[in-house]
Design a protein. Structure first.
Lengths: 202, 336
């Protein structure tokens, strides 16, 4: 029977134990469970859709190769994201120059309509509904560009918190940093993002 | 309101529900009292909402299959530790390249002599045998027949020889070679013998087919403990033995238009390897692969297709008959 994400309802720890004892189906279930979220986080951090699939694939290959070494000191969830984030940050360092060029090109393509939408968003003091924001594609495109202008450490905590929905303790575990660092880095990231968006509307 | 890092931090933690109850109440009071703080709270909340609103992109539907293929390839190639090894070796790479470059310069002198010896006119009595001072460089299998007949070369006949590969992963290498034979459309031109400690593949096909097979072998070459090429075992009394041989050398030797040029190329490669082995640091042999291109144009080695997801790239038609015919016997030996 083909596996699907909907059929997965077994606890991670059970699947991990079965994977460690050589159960391929259990490992497949873990991959199916996390592939979408891992892919999305890598894409938002790297900003490169061409290489995201490969990085996701590499993440799971590493997971499979290292599953025997997973001792359960942290959750499987944070462990798999730690592998993905480390691979992605290494990738970003290697491609730093290329990414900068790509961003400059995108910046020139931002049209005036999108800038107007951004201006309205920034001047509006009422709390914006994420569901409504999601409908405004031009605004989302600018937000993606702004996110990529953040420094990688700030971008990473923001993606893990606001896209993946991790709590601070999980982020600290994934990035192997102190809880206080997560707190300050996230705060600076949001503040900086606001500044970038304000600069983009001009 | 000018951004205050401490207040921003407090407000962000409040937005994310990461404050203890007492601090939450304090923030609520602060927001109720101070309009600027309330405004800043909304700004930070909107930043969070904007990022949260970014659409999620779905992963490729064949991700699981891609992971399986990638694992299969890594297992077959035995490069589990490759990323770690490559990182660890990165620092030494520049030094090795520098040493290699220095050695190349030294090799150039030797190569000049080799090329001269290969192309220099040979006295009639020495035809078919290496020049006197080259005999030290080339390993020649002793001739058991004292009056062996002169080699008879069939028109259109190219490379003929035996490639001996030693590996500790006999089963995996066997599977790879069989797949490569099939992928390159050579199944109808190959005979496979399975013995306890070895596999023997005899392939008689056009040169282009053998080129592709050698290129595929290149992808797992580093997993062989040793590789030896014996050239023209079928028709010549004194075959040339190149040990060790690199995959690029094999490709060059196979790619010749005639059996004679294959033998000449093999002699050059044998001498080159002797030079390379005499250099300080035996790793120079692998670095010197590119040097062989100075002797003759390098045949284009196509990219391996093992990792490809495109079925079209797998469907290579069987090589047509005619053209330069080649014969290669690959002997895969178990070292375990």
């Amino acid at each position: 029977m083909p596996l699907s994400a909907a059929s997965i309802n077994i606890d991670d720890s059970v699947l991990v134990q079965r994977s460690q004892s050589g159960d391929l189906e259990a490992m497949e279930r873990l991959i199916l469970k996390y592939q979408g979220r891992i892919y999305n986080v890598i894409l938002k951090i790297s900003g490169n859709s061409d290489d995201t699939a490969e990085l996701t694939q590499e993440t799971f290959v590493k997971v499979i190769e290292s599953i025997d070494k997973f001792k359960g000191r942290s959750s499987f969830y944070t462990w798999v994201f730690r592998i993905a984030v480390n691979l992605t940050l290494n990738y970003c360092q290697r491609n730093a120059k290329m990414a900068t060029r790509s961003l400059d090109a995108e910046d020139n393509e931002s049209d005036s309509q999108a800038r107007q939408g951004l201006k309205e968003f920034l001047s509006d003091d009422s709390a914006a509904d994420p569901a409504v924001l999601a409908q405004r594609r031009e605004l989302c495109d600018l937000a993606k560009q702004a996110l990529l202008r953040l420094e990688e450490p700030q971008r990473t905590v923001m993606v893990l918190r606001d896209i993946e929905g991790m709590n601070y303790a999980e982020i600290a575990d994934v990035l192997n940093i102190e809880l206080g660092t997560v707190r300050s880095r996230l705060s600076r990231a949001r503040s900086h993002l606001r500044e970038i968006l304000e600069a983009m509307q001009k | 309101m000018k951004a205050n890092p401490q207040i921003d931090e407090l407000l962000c933690s409040f937005i994310d529900g990461e404050l203890p109850l007492r601090q939450q109440t304090e923030v609520q009071r602060l927001v109720a009292r101070d309009a600027e703080v309330a405004r800043r709270l909304r700004q930070l909340q909107n930043c969070k909402n904007l990022v949260n609103a970014l659409p999620a992109e779905p992963a490729p539907i064949d991700m699981l299959e891609q992971v399986k293929r990638s694992l299969e390839r890594r297992t077959l190639l035995g490069d589990h530790a490759a990323p770690t090894v490559s990182r660890a070796g990165a620092r030494h790479l520049k030094i090795r390249r520098f040493v290699a470059a220095a050695a190349m310069i030294a090799l150039m002198g030797g190569l000049g002599a080799v090329v001269y010896q290969i192309v220099a006119p040979v006295a009639p009595g020495e035809a078919g045998r290496p020049a006197a001072d080259m005999s030290r460089s080339i390993q020649v299998i002793p001739n058991t027949l004292p009056d062996a007949p002169a080699p008879v070369v069939v028109a259109g006949q190219g490379f003929s020889g035996r490639l001996e590969l030693r590996t500790a992963s006999l089963t995996q290498a066997d599977a790879f070679i069989k797949a490569a034979i099939e992928d390159n459309g050579l199944k109808g031109f190959a005979e496979v013998q399975t013995l306890a400690d070895r596999r023997v593949y005899r392939i008689e096909c056009r040169r282009e087919g053998l080129d592709r097979l050698v290129a595929d072998l290149g992808t797992i070459w580093k997993n062989f403990d040793s590789a030896t090429l014996v050239v023209d075992t079928d028709r010549f009394a004194d075959p040339v033995v190149i040990k060790p041989v690199t995959v690029r050398q094999v490709a060059q030797i196979v790619n010749q238009d005639s059996a004679e040029t294959s033998v000449q190329m093999a002699r050059g490669a044998a001498v080159l390897n002797r030079f390379a082995q005499a250099m300080p640091g035996r790793e120079i042999l692998s670095e010197s692969e590119d040097t062989t291109t100075m002797m003759i144009a390098t045949p284009e080695i196509p990219r391996p297709r093992l990792a490809s997801n495109d079925p079209a790239t797998k469907a290579i038609p069987a090589p047509p008959q005619g053209g330069v015919q080649t014969t290669m016997t690959i002997v895969l030996l178990n070292t375990q």
